[in-house]
Design a protein around this ligand. Structure first.
Ligand code: UDP
Length: 314
């Protein structure tokens, strides 16, 4: 049966894949995006689709329509972008989800909220399980995002507990792939674009900090599975447990692109987490999911995408 689905942040990196997946299922999809960091380019081929509606508006404003499923992916997610207007970032996270929870409560819709590994801050427990409460600076440069996402989790959880709203939480770890915004400053897009352009790869700090990178196709599968799962509301970690230092990532990208670029070292941004790796046992147990695409395979597809993107954008 076709469903009415609202995807906020639907013109963004992850949101646009969710829009496509639901159109393929035959659903009626409304994509809401204020285009702060999302891009019309991501949804351009879909604008003529009969089951697709685009609303250019902020997630905090009242939203027209009734939906059975709501995906909340509206929030800038890369550190430089979410720090540009930190007050707006915090409000987007908290007031945005409050708006959607109210809609879900009135209509009985199921809501899946995109939370983040940033709720663990600079984690002292490694790898991170869902039971870990995190180590977050409440007044640092990342706190608009980290604390905004933590407060949004509180609102989702209390709305479920007290009001019976069918709200679900996924904690998304670093994800990469085609359609990342090359200008948003994330490490994978920066390194790949720098390598392809023959520019220096900018390593922040000593490059010994670690991250776990999940290819977008793997991540979208588990988000869809989570929305469809009855009797499981999370929070659940979703990401690829492979763990790499930024130096290892840089070397892999240099090797795969055959680039002659050099590595240069730049200051480490404030509160940059030193290590991050998801424990995904819960996702395996409850959703029968684990990522299938290796970093080398995912990077291969991402490099092809950025190579073509750069040719098209001169
Ligand atoms: N990073 C880097 N060079 C860059 C961009 C990022 O070394 O050009 C580092 C950054 O300091 C962080 C890691 O890569 O330790 C991941 O950064 P990203 O912004 O992609 O995501 P997040 O910090 O939110 O995990």
């Amino acid at each position: 049966m076709s469903k009415r689905v609202l995807i906020t942040g639907g013109a963004g990196f992850l949101g646009s894949y969710l829009v496509e997946a639901h159109l393929l299922r035959g659903d009626l999809v409304t994509c809401l995006d204020n285009l702060q960091t999302g891009s019309k380019e991501n949804i351009l081929p879909l604008l003529e689709h009969p089951n697709f509606t685009f609303l250019e508006q902020d997630v905090m404003q009242p939203i027209e329509g009734e939906f059975e499923q709501i995906f909340n992916f509206a929030c800038p997610a890369s550190p430089p972008r979410y720090q540009e207007n930190p007050i707006h970032t915090f409000q987007t996270s908290v007031l945005g989800v409050a708006n959607l929870l109210e809609m879900a409560q009135k209509s009985g819709a199921r809501l899946l909220h995109a939370s983040t590994s940033e709720v663990y801050g600079d984690p002292l427990i490694h790898p991170q399980t869902e039971a870990y409460w995190g180590n977050v600076n409440p007044i640092g440069e990342r706190s608009c995002y980290d604390e905004g996402k933590r407060a949004a989790e509180t609102l989702c959880n209390d709305s479920r507990r007290i009001l019976g709203v069918d709200a679900k939480l996924v904690r998304i770890f670093n994800t990469y792939g085609p359609r990342m915004d090359p200008a948003d400053g994330r490490v994978v897009s920066n390194f790949v674009v720098q390598a392809l352009q023959g520019k220096d790869l900018t390593i922040y700090g000593k490059g010994e900090q670690t991250r776990s990178f999940c290819f977008v196709d793997d991540l979208i599968l588990v988000i869809l599975a989570m929305m469809d799962a009855d009797n499981f509301s999370g929070p659940v970690n979703i990401g690829n447990p492979g763990e790499f230092t930024m130096l290892e990532l840089a070397d892999l990208i240099l090797e795969m692109t055959g680039s002659k670029s050099k590595k240069v070292f730049r200051p480490l941004p404030a509160d940059d987490p030193t290590q991050r790796r998801p424990d995904i046992s819960l996702a395996k147990e409850k959703l029968g999911w684990e990522p299938k695409i290796s970093l080398a395979e995912g990077l291969k597809r991402t490099i092809v995408y950025f190579d073509e993107w750069l040719k098209g954008h001169g």
